[in-house]
Design a protein around this ligand. Structure first.
Ligand code: NIG
Ligand code: FE
Length: 413
């Protein structure tokens, strides 16, 4: 028997299902309809097939997309939105010639955020996070991974994750929390990164697991932060404790973090500005998603990540914002999609796939998010344009008309 739709979105000029068909798997359907039931996609396809696929009743709501484009909501699989204060003073220092790593070595950088986050009230943390999640929603982002990592002590890290868990209940988006106690070596452990890793494994990770909010752990593998050996030790132990794994890898230097990601079975390796050709082949032959964060390269004036090379090698490539107060104060997935096309060698279709279905893969959510196909969460964006290529073409001002999360209209212009 055909199921009854709660909502029928019709007059869709172009529907991007991301079902794996067509150019880059984007699944373009012209003149389409999207039906929702109980917050899930009931059916989506050509308008002419509606009657044979679903039934409607007096209570079915009919909405017109006005001939516009409809895409899955963006999946931003890498953000750091739980912080006590912004760092525009460092932005100005960089503009005057200082380097990101010099600023960090002089007591700025992540440890600057740590001091401010430890001192911040829960209200401040919560309001900062909600403010940016609201901006993300207005750009069409319906799933957001959020990392802790500006506390770096047990109490503050648990408080940040607690805030993330509470905010997750209150915002329309799906939130995926990650514990990033290994974001930097805190002042209490200065010069003793191995002891800090031991402390994380023995004390903090178990407490985070008991709290039950974080699904992933993440570590910053970088010259002057954690070595590949420390990252591998931490990630291997975390996997045994039941966490899924992520790693900040090969960002400023080719330290081999990508190889650690592949060896430990990490769900994603992120940044990769400096990834070697060998490690491009390695990640392409693995199940680890290569997550590129071109906003960070733009913000820090670094070379853009080698998107084309990774795509040509056959890697699963996601793009995300890396929204954070230091190295990328950018919460816009539409801008990141434009950067992927304009600076990293993606086609328009590849950039849209990378920001939706591949973002879902980077969060282990391939069965639920990032596609508009039957059974998936009904998270989608109605665009105020009739050609999907306009999405990255319109640089800096997204043509978002309406955003739906779980079948409910949660934002409109
Ligand atoms: O992903 N690379 C490490 N962590 C962040 C930067 C955080 C900060 O500067 O506060 C990033 O870019
Ligand atoms: Fe990051």
């Amino acid at each position: 028997m055909r199921a009854r739709a709660d909502l029928v979105l019709r007059d869709i000029g172009q529907l991007l299902t991301m079902d794996g068909s067509g150019a880059s798997g984007m699944g373009l359907v012209n003149n389409a309809v999207l039906c929702v039931k109980d917050g899930k996609v009931l059916w989506a396809g050509p308008a002419g097939e509606l009657d044979s696929q679903v039934t409607v009743s007096d209570t079915t709501e009919f909405v017109s997309a006005g001939g516009g484009v409809v895409t899955p909501g963006f999946v931003d699989s890498h953000t750091h939105p739980i912080f006590g204060a912004t760092r525009q003073e460092e932005f100005a220092m960089r503009a005057a010639g200082a380097d990101y790593r010099e600023i960090a070595a002089a007591g700025g950088g992540i440890l600057n955020s740590v001091r401010k986050t430890r001192a911040a009230s829960e209200d401040v943390l919560e309001n900062n996070m909600k403010h940016h999640l609201a901006i993300m929603l207005s750009g069409g982002t319906t799933t957001v991974e959020v990392k802790s990592g500006y506390g770096l002590d047990l109490e503050t890290e648990l408080r940040c994750l607690e805030v993330a868990g509470r905010v997750a209940e209150e915002v329309p988006q799906t939130i995926v929390p990650t514990f990033m106690g290994a974001h930097e070596v805190p002042e209490e452990f200065a010069g003793k990164p191995d002891e800090y890793i031991d402390h994380l494994i023995d004390v903090v990770n178990p407490a985070v697991k008991k709290q039950g909010i974080a699904e992933f752990v993440d570590i910053f593998c970088e010259k002057g932060v954690f070595t590949p050996e420390q990252a591998e030790r931490y990630l291997s132990a975390s996997a045994k404790q039941g966490f899924s794994l992520k790693i900040h890898a090969d960002e400023f230097f080719d330290t081999g973090g990508t190889a650690v990601a592949v060896r430990t079975g990490a769900v994603s390796a992120d940044h990769l500005l400096s990834i070697s050709d060998d490690n491009i082949s390695l990640i392409a032959d693995s199940s680890t998603v290569a997550t590129l964060l071109p906003g960070t390269a733009l913000f820090l004036n670094k070379p853009f990540p080698p998107g084309r090379k990774l795509l040509d090698a056959g890697a699963t490539v996601a793009v995300a914002t890396d929204f954070n107060p230091g190295s990328c104060f950018c919460d816009s997935m539409p801008l990141v999609v434009s950067l992927a096309v304009c600076q990293c060698g993606f086609t328009v279709e590849e950039a849209l796939v990378s920001s939706t279905v591949n973002g879902a893969a980077a969060l282990g959510l391939s069965e639920r998010k990032g596609r508009i196909v039957s059974g998936y969460d009904a998270d989608f964006v109605v665009w105020n344009c009739d050609d999907f290529r306009t999405i990255p073409y319109h640089l800096g001002n997204p043509d978002v008309a309406v955003v739906y999360c779980a079948g409910l209209k949660v934002y409109s212009t």
